[in-house]
Design a protein around this ligand. Structure first.
Ligand SMILES: Cc1cc2nc3c(=O)[nH]c(=O)nc-3n(C[C@H](O)[C@H](O)[C@H](O)COP(=O)(O)OP(=O)(O)OC[C@H]3O[C@@H](n4cnc5c(N)ncnc54)[C@H](O)[C@@H]3O)c2cc1C
Length: 492
Protein backbone atom coordinates (compact mmCIF):
# COMPACT_ATOMS: atom_id res chain seq x y z
CA UNK A 1 0.00 0.00 0.00
CA UNK A 2 1.13 3.51 -0.79
CA UNK A 3 1.32 5.61 2.35
CA UNK A 4 2.38 8.74 0.47
CA UNK A 5 0.41 11.84 -0.39
CA UNK A 6 -3.27 11.60 -0.99
CA UNK A 7 -6.24 13.86 -1.32
CA UNK A 8 -9.51 13.60 0.50
CA UNK A 9 -12.57 12.40 -1.37
CA UNK A 10 -14.53 15.47 -2.50
CA UNK A 11 -17.58 15.88 -0.31
CA UNK A 12 -20.84 15.35 -2.17
CA UNK A 13 -23.57 17.99 -2.19
CA UNK A 14 -26.17 17.20 0.37
CA UNK A 15 -29.17 16.91 -1.93
CA UNK A 16 -31.00 14.96 0.75
CA UNK A 17 -32.46 11.72 -0.56
CA UNK A 18 -30.66 11.29 -3.87
CA UNK A 19 -26.98 11.43 -2.97
CA UNK A 20 -25.10 9.04 -0.76
CA UNK A 21 -21.56 8.17 0.07
CA UNK A 22 -22.12 4.50 -0.69
CA UNK A 23 -24.92 2.64 -2.43
CA UNK A 24 -25.00 -1.08 -1.76
CA UNK A 25 -26.84 -3.32 -4.23
CA UNK A 26 -28.43 -6.20 -2.30
CA UNK A 27 -29.48 -6.59 1.31
CA UNK A 28 -28.42 -10.18 1.87
CA UNK A 29 -26.05 -10.97 4.72
CA UNK A 30 -23.10 -9.31 2.97
CA UNK A 31 -24.89 -6.07 2.07
CA UNK A 32 -26.52 -5.71 5.48
CA UNK A 33 -23.24 -6.32 7.29
CA UNK A 34 -21.39 -3.85 5.08
CA UNK A 35 -24.04 -1.19 5.65
CA UNK A 36 -23.68 -1.57 9.41
CA UNK A 37 -19.88 -1.43 9.25
CA UNK A 38 -20.03 1.77 7.18
CA UNK A 39 -22.49 3.38 9.59
CA UNK A 40 -20.03 2.88 12.46
CA UNK A 41 -18.06 5.59 10.68
CA UNK A 42 -21.03 7.84 9.82
CA UNK A 43 -20.92 7.00 6.14
CA UNK A 44 -24.22 7.90 4.43
CA UNK A 45 -25.31 4.59 3.06
CA UNK A 46 -28.30 3.39 1.05
CA UNK A 47 -28.97 -0.30 0.52
CA UNK A 48 -31.11 -1.18 -2.50
CA UNK A 49 -32.78 -4.56 -2.23
CA UNK A 50 -34.85 -5.80 -5.13
CA UNK A 51 -37.09 -8.08 -3.07
CA UNK A 52 -39.98 -6.61 -1.13
CA UNK A 53 -40.46 -9.65 1.12
CA UNK A 54 -37.99 -11.71 3.17
CA UNK A 55 -36.75 -14.90 1.48
CA UNK A 56 -39.30 -17.71 1.56
CA UNK A 57 -36.71 -20.43 2.19
CA UNK A 58 -35.75 -20.89 5.82
CA UNK A 59 -32.57 -22.83 5.32
CA UNK A 60 -30.42 -23.10 8.39
CA UNK A 61 -26.92 -21.81 7.78
CA UNK A 62 -23.82 -22.43 9.81
CA UNK A 63 -22.00 -19.46 11.25
CA UNK A 64 -18.45 -20.51 11.93
CA UNK A 65 -16.00 -19.40 14.58
CA UNK A 66 -14.52 -16.36 12.87
CA UNK A 67 -17.94 -14.95 12.00
CA UNK A 68 -19.11 -15.65 15.55
CA UNK A 69 -16.09 -13.74 16.82
CA UNK A 70 -16.92 -10.82 14.51
CA UNK A 71 -20.48 -10.75 15.84
CA UNK A 72 -19.05 -10.62 19.37
CA UNK A 73 -16.74 -7.78 18.31
CA UNK A 74 -19.78 -5.73 17.30
CA UNK A 75 -21.95 -6.66 20.29
CA UNK A 76 -24.35 -8.73 18.15
CA UNK A 77 -23.66 -12.20 19.40
CA UNK A 78 -26.19 -12.36 22.25
CA UNK A 79 -28.98 -11.42 19.83
CA UNK A 80 -27.93 -14.15 17.41
CA UNK A 81 -27.57 -16.79 20.09
CA UNK A 82 -31.24 -16.34 20.99
CA UNK A 83 -32.21 -17.48 17.49
CA UNK A 84 -29.56 -20.09 16.80
CA UNK A 85 -28.47 -23.45 18.02
CA UNK A 86 -24.89 -24.09 19.04
CA UNK A 87 -23.00 -27.26 18.28
CA UNK A 88 -19.38 -28.21 18.83
CA UNK A 89 -16.70 -27.52 16.21
CA UNK A 90 -15.91 -30.92 14.80
CA UNK A 91 -16.49 -32.92 11.65
CA UNK A 92 -16.64 -29.77 9.53
CA UNK A 93 -14.38 -30.82 6.66
CA UNK A 94 -16.33 -32.96 4.19
CA UNK A 95 -18.38 -34.12 7.19
CA UNK A 96 -15.55 -36.50 8.12
CA UNK A 97 -16.29 -37.41 11.72
CA UNK A 98 -13.59 -35.85 13.90
CA UNK A 99 -13.63 -34.17 17.29
CA UNK A 100 -12.80 -30.48 17.65
CA UNK A 101 -9.03 -29.98 17.53
CA UNK A 102 -7.41 -29.46 20.92
CA UNK A 103 -6.84 -25.97 22.34
CA UNK A 104 -8.78 -23.97 19.79
CA UNK A 105 -7.92 -20.49 20.90
CA UNK A 106 -11.39 -19.05 21.21
CA UNK A 107 -14.23 -18.94 23.70
CA UNK A 108 -16.35 -18.85 20.54
CA UNK A 109 -15.34 -22.33 19.45
CA UNK A 110 -18.69 -23.54 18.23
CA UNK A 111 -20.87 -23.63 15.16
CA UNK A 112 -24.04 -21.58 15.30
CA UNK A 113 -26.90 -22.90 13.18
CA UNK A 114 -29.35 -20.10 12.40
CA UNK A 115 -32.08 -19.65 9.76
CA UNK A 116 -30.63 -17.41 7.05
CA UNK A 117 -33.67 -15.09 6.85
CA UNK A 118 -33.46 -14.52 10.61
CA UNK A 119 -29.78 -13.68 10.39
CA UNK A 120 -30.42 -11.29 7.50
CA UNK A 121 -33.24 -9.61 9.42
CA UNK A 122 -31.05 -9.15 12.50
CA UNK A 123 -28.19 -7.72 10.45
CA UNK A 124 -30.56 -5.40 8.59
CA UNK A 125 -32.10 -4.22 11.87
CA UNK A 126 -28.61 -3.59 13.22
CA UNK A 127 -27.67 -1.57 10.13
CA UNK A 128 -30.88 0.46 10.27
CA UNK A 129 -30.46 1.10 14.01
CA UNK A 130 -27.05 2.56 13.17
CA UNK A 131 -28.65 4.85 10.58
CA UNK A 132 -28.43 2.95 7.29
CA UNK A 133 -31.27 3.41 4.84
CA UNK A 134 -32.61 0.26 3.24
CA UNK A 135 -35.00 0.46 0.33
CA UNK A 136 -36.86 -2.76 -0.51
CA UNK A 137 -38.18 -3.06 -4.03
CA UNK A 138 -35.19 -1.07 -5.37
CA UNK A 139 -33.49 -2.99 -8.18
CA UNK A 140 -30.15 -1.82 -9.50
CA UNK A 141 -30.41 -2.01 -13.29
CA UNK A 142 -27.48 0.08 -14.47
CA UNK A 143 -24.74 2.49 -13.47
CA UNK A 144 -22.10 4.80 -14.84
CA UNK A 145 -18.98 5.85 -13.01
CA UNK A 146 -16.85 8.96 -13.42
CA UNK A 147 -14.00 10.55 -11.47
CA UNK A 148 -16.25 11.79 -8.66
CA UNK A 149 -18.74 9.02 -8.21
CA UNK A 150 -21.26 6.59 -9.58
CA UNK A 151 -24.75 7.27 -10.97
CA UNK A 152 -26.94 4.30 -10.24
CA UNK A 153 -30.04 3.61 -12.28
CA UNK A 154 -32.91 1.64 -10.81
CA UNK A 155 -35.23 -0.64 -12.78
CA UNK A 156 -37.97 2.01 -12.62
CA UNK A 157 -35.67 4.58 -14.17
CA UNK A 158 -34.87 6.53 -11.00
CA UNK A 159 -31.27 7.74 -10.80
CA UNK A 160 -29.27 8.06 -7.61
CA UNK A 161 -25.77 9.25 -7.02
CA UNK A 162 -23.06 7.93 -4.67
CA UNK A 163 -19.33 8.17 -4.37
CA UNK A 164 -19.02 4.37 -4.38
CA UNK A 165 -21.23 1.45 -5.38
CA UNK A 166 -20.77 -2.00 -3.86
CA UNK A 167 -22.35 -5.01 -5.53
CA UNK A 168 -23.52 -7.37 -2.80
CA UNK A 169 -26.19 -8.69 -5.13
CA UNK A 170 -25.43 -12.38 -5.03
CA UNK A 171 -24.05 -14.98 -7.43
CA UNK A 172 -25.92 -13.66 -10.45
CA UNK A 173 -24.78 -10.13 -9.64
CA UNK A 174 -26.05 -7.46 -12.02
CA UNK A 175 -23.29 -5.14 -10.81
CA UNK A 176 -20.55 -7.65 -11.67
CA UNK A 177 -22.02 -8.29 -15.11
CA UNK A 178 -22.43 -4.59 -15.92
CA UNK A 179 -18.91 -3.98 -14.70
CA UNK A 180 -17.69 -6.52 -17.26
CA UNK A 181 -15.67 -8.39 -14.65
CA UNK A 182 -14.94 -11.99 -15.64
CA UNK A 183 -16.26 -14.78 -13.43
CA UNK A 184 -14.21 -17.77 -14.51
CA UNK A 185 -14.51 -21.21 -12.95
CA UNK A 186 -16.51 -24.38 -13.35
CA UNK A 187 -20.20 -24.48 -14.24
CA UNK A 188 -22.62 -26.41 -12.09
CA UNK A 189 -22.37 -30.17 -12.64
CA UNK A 190 -24.49 -31.44 -9.77
CA UNK A 191 -27.87 -29.85 -9.15
CA UNK A 192 -29.70 -30.55 -5.91
CA UNK A 193 -33.29 -30.06 -4.79
CA UNK A 194 -33.76 -28.91 -1.20
CA UNK A 195 -36.97 -28.14 0.66
CA UNK A 196 -39.18 -28.70 3.64
CA UNK A 197 -42.41 -30.68 3.49
CA UNK A 198 -44.56 -33.15 5.33
CA UNK A 199 -44.24 -36.90 4.83
CA UNK A 200 -46.88 -39.61 4.59
CA UNK A 201 -45.08 -42.62 6.02
CA UNK A 202 -43.84 -43.51 9.53
CA UNK A 203 -40.40 -42.26 10.71
CA UNK A 204 -38.93 -45.80 10.83
CA UNK A 205 -39.75 -46.33 7.15
CA UNK A 206 -38.05 -43.05 6.28
CA UNK A 207 -34.97 -43.85 8.38
CA UNK A 208 -34.60 -47.26 6.71
CA UNK A 209 -35.07 -45.81 3.20
CA UNK A 210 -32.57 -43.02 3.81
CA UNK A 211 -29.96 -45.39 5.29
CA UNK A 212 -30.25 -47.64 2.24
CA UNK A 213 -29.77 -44.80 -0.25
CA UNK A 214 -26.96 -43.20 1.70
CA UNK A 215 -24.86 -46.34 1.43
CA UNK A 216 -24.14 -45.26 -2.12
CA UNK A 217 -25.06 -41.52 -2.22
CA UNK A 218 -24.13 -38.56 -0.08
CA UNK A 219 -26.46 -35.89 -1.49
CA UNK A 220 -29.65 -37.40 -0.13
CA UNK A 221 -31.53 -37.04 3.11
CA UNK A 222 -34.89 -36.66 4.80
CA UNK A 223 -34.37 -35.23 8.27
CA UNK A 224 -37.10 -34.47 10.78
CA UNK A 225 -37.32 -30.71 11.15
CA UNK A 226 -40.00 -30.43 13.80
CA UNK A 227 -43.57 -31.72 13.98
CA UNK A 228 -44.54 -33.43 10.74
CA UNK A 229 -42.07 -31.45 8.69
CA UNK A 230 -38.97 -32.99 7.12
CA UNK A 231 -36.01 -31.33 5.45
CA UNK A 232 -35.52 -33.10 2.10
CA UNK A 233 -32.44 -33.14 -0.12
CA UNK A 234 -32.34 -35.14 -3.35
CA UNK A 235 -30.30 -34.89 -6.58
CA UNK A 236 -32.01 -32.81 -9.26
CA UNK A 237 -30.45 -34.59 -12.26
CA UNK A 238 -32.97 -34.49 -15.08
CA UNK A 239 -35.22 -31.82 -13.55
CA UNK A 240 -35.74 -29.27 -16.37
CA UNK A 241 -34.88 -25.61 -16.45
CA UNK A 242 -32.86 -24.43 -13.45
CA UNK A 243 -34.23 -20.91 -13.81
CA UNK A 244 -37.71 -22.25 -12.99
CA UNK A 245 -38.44 -22.95 -9.30
CA UNK A 246 -38.91 -26.67 -8.58
CA UNK A 247 -42.35 -28.10 -7.78
CA UNK A 248 -43.50 -30.73 -5.32
CA UNK A 249 -43.94 -33.09 -8.28
CA UNK A 250 -40.26 -32.63 -9.13
CA UNK A 251 -39.39 -33.74 -5.57
CA UNK A 252 -41.73 -36.73 -5.78
CA UNK A 253 -40.28 -37.83 -9.11
CA UNK A 254 -36.68 -37.51 -7.94
CA UNK A 255 -37.37 -39.31 -4.66
CA UNK A 256 -38.97 -42.20 -6.54
CA UNK A 257 -36.05 -42.36 -8.97
CA UNK A 258 -33.44 -42.41 -6.19
CA UNK A 259 -35.18 -44.22 -3.32
CA UNK A 260 -37.93 -46.14 -5.09
CA UNK A 261 -40.59 -44.25 -3.08
CA UNK A 262 -41.62 -40.63 -2.63
CA UNK A 263 -42.31 -41.18 1.12
CA UNK A 264 -45.74 -39.63 0.57
CA UNK A 265 -44.33 -36.08 0.66
CA UNK A 266 -46.94 -33.31 0.63
CA UNK A 267 -47.69 -29.81 1.96
CA UNK A 268 -44.36 -28.16 1.13
CA UNK A 269 -43.20 -25.19 3.25
CA UNK A 270 -40.60 -24.12 0.70
CA UNK A 271 -38.76 -25.68 -2.26
CA UNK A 272 -35.44 -24.67 -3.73
CA UNK A 273 -32.67 -25.79 -5.98
CA UNK A 274 -28.94 -25.15 -5.94
CA UNK A 275 -25.92 -26.17 -7.96
CA UNK A 276 -22.21 -26.60 -7.38
CA UNK A 277 -20.82 -23.98 -9.75
CA UNK A 278 -17.46 -22.67 -8.55
CA UNK A 279 -16.39 -19.25 -9.73
CA UNK A 280 -14.29 -16.30 -8.63
CA UNK A 281 -14.45 -12.71 -9.89
CA UNK A 282 -11.30 -11.62 -11.69
CA UNK A 283 -11.39 -8.26 -9.89
CA UNK A 284 -13.07 -7.10 -6.70
CA UNK A 285 -12.76 -3.45 -7.62
CA UNK A 286 -13.00 -1.40 -10.78
CA UNK A 287 -12.63 2.29 -9.92
CA UNK A 288 -15.51 3.25 -7.66
CA UNK A 289 -17.39 0.00 -7.93
CA UNK A 290 -16.60 -2.97 -5.71
CA UNK A 291 -17.90 -6.52 -5.31
CA UNK A 292 -18.42 -8.52 -2.12
CA UNK A 293 -19.98 -11.80 -1.02
CA UNK A 294 -21.51 -14.17 -3.57
CA UNK A 295 -21.24 -11.42 -6.18
CA UNK A 296 -17.49 -12.05 -6.04
CA UNK A 297 -17.34 -15.80 -5.41
CA UNK A 298 -19.61 -18.84 -5.57
CA UNK A 299 -18.98 -22.46 -4.65
CA UNK A 300 -20.95 -25.47 -3.41
CA UNK A 301 -22.37 -25.17 0.11
CA UNK A 302 -20.31 -28.05 1.50
CA UNK A 303 -18.72 -26.94 4.76
CA UNK A 304 -21.17 -24.00 4.97
CA UNK A 305 -18.75 -21.21 4.11
CA UNK A 306 -20.29 -18.82 1.55
CA UNK A 307 -22.21 -16.59 3.88
CA UNK A 308 -19.32 -16.50 6.33
CA UNK A 309 -16.98 -15.47 3.54
CA UNK A 310 -19.32 -12.66 2.48
CA UNK A 311 -19.78 -11.30 6.00
CA UNK A 312 -16.01 -11.33 6.41
CA UNK A 313 -15.56 -9.50 3.08
CA UNK A 314 -17.87 -6.83 4.49
CA UNK A 315 -15.79 -6.55 7.65
CA UNK A 316 -12.64 -6.13 5.61
CA UNK A 317 -14.11 -3.55 3.25
CA UNK A 318 -16.27 -1.39 5.53
CA UNK A 319 -13.61 0.45 7.51
CA UNK A 320 -11.37 0.88 4.48
CA UNK A 321 -14.11 2.46 2.39
CA UNK A 322 -15.05 4.66 5.34
CA UNK A 323 -11.44 5.77 5.82
CA UNK A 324 -11.16 6.60 2.14
CA UNK A 325 -14.41 8.56 2.18
CA UNK A 326 -13.29 10.43 5.26
CA UNK A 327 -10.22 11.61 3.39
CA UNK A 328 -7.93 9.94 5.89
CA UNK A 329 -6.56 7.17 3.74
CA UNK A 330 -4.89 6.79 0.36
CA UNK A 331 -6.77 5.19 -2.49
CA UNK A 332 -4.38 2.24 -2.26
CA UNK A 333 -5.94 1.25 1.07
CA UNK A 334 -9.01 0.20 -0.93
CA UNK A 335 -6.87 -2.04 -3.11
CA UNK A 336 -5.83 -4.03 -0.06
CA UNK A 337 -9.43 -5.28 0.02
CA UNK A 338 -8.90 -7.39 -3.08
CA UNK A 339 -5.29 -8.19 -2.18
CA UNK A 340 -6.42 -9.65 1.16
CA UNK A 341 -9.81 -11.14 0.41
CA UNK A 342 -9.43 -12.67 -3.05
CA UNK A 343 -6.76 -15.19 -1.95
CA UNK A 344 -9.02 -16.15 0.97
CA UNK A 345 -11.87 -16.86 -1.47
CA UNK A 346 -9.47 -18.79 -3.73
CA UNK A 347 -8.62 -20.99 -0.79
CA UNK A 348 -12.29 -21.55 0.08
CA UNK A 349 -13.07 -22.47 -3.53
CA UNK A 350 -10.26 -25.00 -3.44
CA UNK A 351 -11.35 -26.54 -0.18
CA UNK A 352 -14.91 -26.91 -1.46
CA UNK A 353 -13.61 -28.54 -4.67
CA UNK A 354 -11.70 -31.00 -2.49
CA UNK A 355 -14.70 -31.63 -0.27
CA UNK A 356 -16.94 -32.28 -3.27
CA UNK A 357 -14.50 -34.93 -4.47
CA UNK A 358 -14.56 -36.51 -1.03
CA UNK A 359 -18.36 -36.73 -1.20
CA UNK A 360 -18.23 -38.74 -4.42
CA UNK A 361 -19.06 -42.43 -4.11
CA UNK A 362 -16.63 -43.90 -6.67
CA UNK A 363 -13.98 -46.25 -5.26
CA UNK A 364 -11.14 -43.72 -5.72
CA UNK A 365 -12.71 -40.84 -3.74
CA UNK A 366 -13.94 -43.30 -1.11
CA UNK A 367 -10.38 -44.56 -0.63
CA UNK A 368 -9.11 -40.98 -0.31
CA UNK A 369 -11.85 -40.29 2.22
CA UNK A 370 -10.82 -43.33 4.29
CA UNK A 371 -7.22 -42.16 4.24
CA UNK A 372 -8.14 -38.62 5.23
CA UNK A 373 -10.36 -39.97 8.00
CA UNK A 374 -7.27 -41.75 9.34
CA UNK A 375 -5.20 -38.58 9.09
CA UNK A 376 -7.82 -36.64 11.04
CA UNK A 377 -6.62 -38.54 14.12
CA UNK A 378 -3.52 -36.35 13.92
CA UNK A 379 -4.54 -33.20 15.78
CA UNK A 380 -2.45 -30.92 13.57
CA UNK A 381 -4.14 -32.19 10.39
CA UNK A 382 -7.57 -31.86 11.95
CA UNK A 383 -6.69 -28.35 13.16
CA UNK A 384 -5.46 -27.19 9.77
CA UNK A 385 -8.65 -28.24 7.99
CA UNK A 386 -10.89 -26.94 10.79
CA UNK A 387 -9.10 -23.58 10.68
CA UNK A 388 -9.82 -23.38 6.96
CA UNK A 389 -13.55 -23.91 7.34
CA UNK A 390 -13.88 -21.68 10.39
CA UNK A 391 -11.61 -18.99 8.86
CA UNK A 392 -9.60 -18.56 12.05
CA UNK A 393 -6.43 -19.68 10.24
CA UNK A 394 -6.37 -16.67 7.88
CA UNK A 395 -3.16 -14.70 7.85
CA UNK A 396 -3.08 -11.64 5.60
CA UNK A 397 0.28 -10.81 4.08
CA UNK A 398 1.41 -7.65 5.90
CA UNK A 399 5.09 -8.36 5.20
CA UNK A 400 7.82 -9.79 7.42
CA UNK A 401 7.05 -10.11 11.09
CA UNK A 402 6.07 -12.38 13.94
CA UNK A 403 3.51 -15.11 13.32
CA UNK A 404 0.73 -13.03 14.93
CA UNK A 405 1.12 -10.27 12.31
CA UNK A 406 -1.77 -10.38 9.83
CA UNK A 407 -3.73 -12.93 11.88
CA UNK A 408 -6.96 -12.34 13.71
CA UNK A 409 -6.51 -11.39 17.33
CA UNK A 410 -8.22 -13.86 19.68
CA UNK A 411 -10.45 -12.42 22.38
CA UNK A 412 -8.01 -12.11 25.29
CA UNK A 413 -8.74 -10.93 28.79
CA UNK A 414 -7.94 -7.35 29.63
CA UNK A 415 -8.42 -5.43 32.86
CA UNK A 416 -11.69 -3.96 31.54
CA UNK A 417 -13.13 -7.38 30.64
CA UNK A 418 -12.94 -8.91 27.19
CA UNK A 419 -10.91 -7.42 24.36
CA UNK A 420 -13.76 -7.87 21.87
CA UNK A 421 -15.97 -5.81 24.15
CA UNK A 422 -13.72 -2.84 23.32
CA UNK A 423 -14.18 -3.21 19.57
CA UNK A 424 -17.91 -2.54 19.22
CA UNK A 425 -17.39 0.86 17.63
CA UNK A 426 -15.26 -0.47 14.79
CA UNK A 427 -12.21 1.64 15.63
CA UNK A 428 -8.57 0.59 15.65
CA UNK A 429 -7.06 -0.36 19.01
CA UNK A 430 -3.57 -0.21 20.43
CA UNK A 431 -3.34 -2.82 23.17
CA UNK A 432 -0.27 -1.79 25.09
CA UNK A 433 1.28 -3.70 27.96
CA UNK A 434 4.19 -1.26 28.27
CA UNK A 435 2.13 1.87 28.98
CA UNK A 436 4.86 3.85 27.19
CA UNK A 437 3.26 4.20 23.76
CA UNK A 438 0.75 6.66 22.36
CA UNK A 439 -1.63 6.80 19.42
CA UNK A 440 -0.88 10.56 19.14
CA UNK A 441 -2.37 12.13 16.01
CA UNK A 442 -4.42 8.99 15.30
CA UNK A 443 -6.33 9.02 18.59
CA UNK A 444 -9.44 10.27 16.77
CA UNK A 445 -9.70 6.85 15.06
CA UNK A 446 -7.55 4.49 17.16
CA UNK A 447 -8.22 3.72 20.82
CA UNK A 448 -5.37 3.11 23.24
CA UNK A 449 -5.59 0.64 26.08
CA UNK A 450 -2.55 0.67 28.34
CA UNK A 451 -2.92 -2.50 30.35
CA UNK A 452 0.04 -4.35 31.85
CA UNK A 453 -2.27 -7.23 32.80
CA UNK A 454 -3.51 -7.90 29.23
CA UNK A 455 -3.15 -11.58 28.39
CA UNK A 456 -0.61 -11.04 25.60
CA UNK A 457 2.77 -12.68 25.13
CA UNK A 458 4.07 -9.69 23.16
CA UNK A 459 4.52 -6.11 24.44
CA UNK A 460 1.90 -4.40 22.22
CA UNK A 461 -0.38 -5.07 19.31
CA UNK A 462 -2.11 -2.67 16.97
CA UNK A 463 -5.48 -3.97 15.81
CA UNK A 464 -7.34 -2.89 12.71
CA UNK A 465 -11.11 -2.39 12.98
CA UNK A 466 -11.60 -5.90 11.57
CA UNK A 467 -9.62 -7.36 14.47
CA UNK A 468 -6.51 -8.31 12.47
CA UNK A 469 -3.08 -7.62 13.94
CA UNK A 470 -1.51 -4.75 12.01
CA UNK A 471 1.63 -4.39 14.12
CA UNK A 472 3.49 -6.11 16.96
CA UNK A 473 6.27 -4.38 18.89
CA UNK A 474 7.23 -1.77 21.46
CA UNK A 475 8.88 1.03 19.48
CA UNK A 476 6.96 4.30 19.08
CA UNK A 477 8.52 5.33 15.79
CA UNK A 478 7.84 1.92 14.26
CA UNK A 479 4.29 2.12 15.59
CA UNK A 480 3.77 5.55 14.03
CA UNK A 481 4.77 4.17 10.64
CA UNK A 482 2.18 1.42 10.95
CA UNK A 483 -0.51 3.78 12.24
CA UNK A 484 0.08 5.87 9.18
CA UNK A 485 0.08 2.83 6.89
CA UNK A 486 -3.31 1.59 8.08
CA UNK A 487 -5.07 4.68 9.40
CA UNK A 488 -3.76 7.45 7.16
CA UNK A 489 -2.27 10.80 8.04
CA UNK A 490 -2.26 11.96 11.68
CA UNK A 491 -4.33 14.97 12.66
CA UNK A 492 -2.89 18.04 14.32
C1 LIG B 1 -28.30 -25.09 0.30
C2 LIG B 1 -27.37 -24.02 0.74
C3 LIG B 1 -26.84 -24.05 2.03
C4 LIG B 1 -25.97 -23.05 2.45
N1 LIG B 1 -25.45 -23.13 3.72
C5 LIG B 1 -24.54 -22.23 4.10
C6 LIG B 1 -23.96 -22.29 5.41
O1 LIG B 1 -24.28 -23.17 6.22
N2 LIG B 1 -23.04 -21.35 5.77
C7 LIG B 1 -22.64 -20.39 4.89
O2 LIG B 1 -21.76 -19.60 5.23
N3 LIG B 1 -23.19 -20.28 3.66
C8 LIG B 1 -24.11 -21.17 3.25
N4 LIG B 1 -24.68 -21.07 2.01
C9 LIG B 1 -24.27 -19.95 1.13
C10 LIG B 1 -24.99 -18.66 1.50
O3 LIG B 1 -26.38 -18.85 1.46
C11 LIG B 1 -24.57 -17.55 0.53
O4 LIG B 1 -23.18 -17.57 0.40
C12 LIG B 1 -25.03 -16.19 1.04
O5 LIG B 1 -26.43 -16.07 0.97
C13 LIG B 1 -24.37 -15.05 0.25
O6 LIG B 1 -24.79 -13.83 0.79
P1 LIG B 1 -24.77 -12.51 -0.11
O7 LIG B 1 -25.34 -11.45 0.75
O8 LIG B 1 -23.41 -12.32 -0.67
O9 LIG B 1 -25.72 -12.84 -1.34
P2 LIG B 1 -27.28 -13.19 -1.31
O10 LIG B 1 -27.66 -13.90 -0.08
O11 LIG B 1 -27.54 -13.86 -2.62
O12 LIG B 1 -27.98 -11.77 -1.28
C14 LIG B 1 -28.00 -10.96 -2.43
C15 LIG B 1 -29.16 -9.99 -2.31
O13 LIG B 1 -29.12 -9.10 -3.42
C16 LIG B 1 -30.44 -8.92 -3.91
N5 LIG B 1 -30.30 -8.50 -5.31
C17 LIG B 1 -29.94 -9.25 -6.37
N6 LIG B 1 -29.88 -8.51 -7.49
C18 LIG B 1 -30.19 -7.24 -7.12
C19 LIG B 1 -30.28 -6.01 -7.83
N7 LIG B 1 -30.02 -5.94 -9.15
N8 LIG B 1 -30.63 -4.89 -7.14
C20 LIG B 1 -30.88 -4.95 -5.80
N9 LIG B 1 -30.83 -6.09 -5.10
C21 LIG B 1 -30.46 -7.23 -5.74
C22 LIG B 1 -31.10 -10.26 -3.71
O14 LIG B 1 -32.51 -10.16 -3.69
C23 LIG B 1 -30.51 -10.68 -2.38
O15 LIG B 1 -31.30 -10.25 -1.29
C24 LIG B 1 -25.59 -22.03 1.56
C25 LIG B 1 -26.12 -21.98 0.27
C26 LIG B 1 -27.00 -22.97 -0.14
C27 LIG B 1 -27.54 -22.91 -1.53
Amino acid sequence: MDSGQFTAEPSSNDTAEREFDVIIAGCGPTGAMLAAELRLHDVRVLVLEKETEPASFVRIVALHMRSIELMAMRGLLDRLLKHGRRRPVGGLFAAIPAPAPKDLESPYACLLGIPQPVLVRLLEEHAVALGARVRHGGTVAGFEQDDEGVTVELADGERLRARYLVGCDGGRSTVRKLLGVGFPGEPSRNETLMGEMEVGVPPEEIAAGVARVRESRQRFWLRPFGGEVYSVVVPAAGVGDRAVPPTLDDFRRQLRAVAGTDFGVHSPRWLSRFGDATRLAEHYRVGRVLLAGDAAHIHPPTGGQGLNLGVQDAFNLGWKLAARLGGRAPDALLDTYQAERRPVAEDVLDNTRAQMELHATDPGPRAVRRLLTELMDIDEANRRLTEKITAVGIRYDFGEGPDLLGRRMPDVEVARGSLYGLLHRGRGLLLDRTGRLTTGGWSDRVDHLADPTAALDVPCVLLRPDGHVAWVGDDQRDLDGHLSRWFGEPTG
